[in-house]
Design a protein around this ligand. Structure first.
Ligand code: SF4
Ligand code: SF4
Length: 304
């Protein structure tokens, strides 16, 4: 059981490099160093998180499948009875990678497939054709079926509003759960008027519930408020070097007033409005799943 809400969910960046070039991804605004997580950082961070009982997700603004240790590390966390998911995109897939990914046995795979409308997909993901992406996705779905839980996620932007129903039913027919989330500004970093207009969600409240149960860890082990911090300005500590209690205390201090980080003042991420966690962190996997289900329901309510 996590010692603090801060370690219930951890997004871990194996790398912040990616060559996919999605339109809705403001990677060009990253100013903190770019690189790949080392073995030493991985071991120091995951030893702490596995003993905390955290749900670790390999994600962030980089391509986790481009890290040469990704499959070994998923397997390693699972072997230690830890929980690890991964967020991937179809541009990085081929049959061999899909097979190795499934064999490494993550708890879950989240595959980002922005839109089922070909013109929208190819506008949002100009470096991969719609046909190739769909073929690779269906191949992974086949390989994962019965072995690893897989979910597909899309994005609602100003050029595909109203797609949600057809999207969910397409994947349902293929036996896969899916959802679409509303494009947000990634902490004010996304400035693309043709697909997204800034909203005011949560800005007036000054709080962020997500910050309370979720922490982002960079490839260097830096603990940041979340993945929308592209500069490193929300640094809370370094999980490779600092004890979890130090990071938890820093987060508690940050929460005493309204969110103290400039990036939060421009953040229209709907999850910042989910209910503030109450009481002790979830005791085990079942309680944690229940908690996440309640959060995603609230997210839907916040966006509908
Ligand atoms: S695949 Fe992910 S990290 Fe890479 S450009 Fe697209 S959204 Fe950004
Ligand atoms: S308010 Fe937004 S930028 Fe700040 S921690 Fe929450 S999700 Fe991240």
């Amino acid at each position: 059981m996590p010692s603090d809400w801060a370690f219930v969910s951890i997004d871990m960046e194996l790398t912040n490099r990616c060559s996919t070039g999605c339109l809705m991804c403001p990677r060009e605004a990253i100013t903190r160093p770019e690189g790949f997580m080392s073995e030493n950082v991985f071991k120091a961070v995951t030893d702490k998180l596995v003993s905390e009982g955290s749900l670790i997700t390999f994600s962030g603004m980089g391509d986790p499948l481009s890290h040469q240790k990704v499959f070994e590390w998923i397997y390693d966390i699972r072997r230690k009875d830890g929980d690890v998911g991964i967020v991937i995109n179809p541009a990085s897939l081929n049959r061999n990678i899909s097979q190795r990914l499934v064999e490494s046995s993550p708890n879950s795979i989240t595959l980002s497939f922005p839109s089922l409308r070909k013109s929208v997909f190819e506008k949002l993901c100009p470096n991969v054709s719609y046909e190739d992406a769909l073929k690779r996705t269906l191949e992974l779905i086949d390989i994962a079926r019965g072995n690893v839980g897989l979910r597909v996620t899309g994005i609602i932007t100003d050029i595909n509003s109203g797609e949600q129903e057809e999207y969910v039913s397409f994947w349902k027919e293929r036996g896969v759960g899916s959802s679409m989330t509303v494009c947000h500004g990634r902490g004010g970093n996304l400035r693309l008027q043709e697909i997204y207009a800034p909203r005011s969600i949560g800005l007036e409240s000054g709080i962020c519930s997500l910050f309370q149960f979720h922490t982002f860890v960079t490839w260097e082990g830096e603990a940041l408020a979340c993945c929308h911090d592209l500069t490193g300005a929300t640094r809370i500590g370094n999980l490779a070097n600092d004890d979890v209690s130090v990071i938890a205390e820093m987060k508690r201090r940050a929460l005493k007033n309204s969110m103290p980080f400039p990036v939060c003042g421009q953040c229209d991420e709907a999850l910042r409005q989910c209910p503030v966690p109450q009481g002790l962190p979830p005791k085990g996997r079942k309680e944690r799943s229940r908690f996440f289900r309640s959060v995603s329901q609230e997210e839907f309510v916040a966006r509908s």
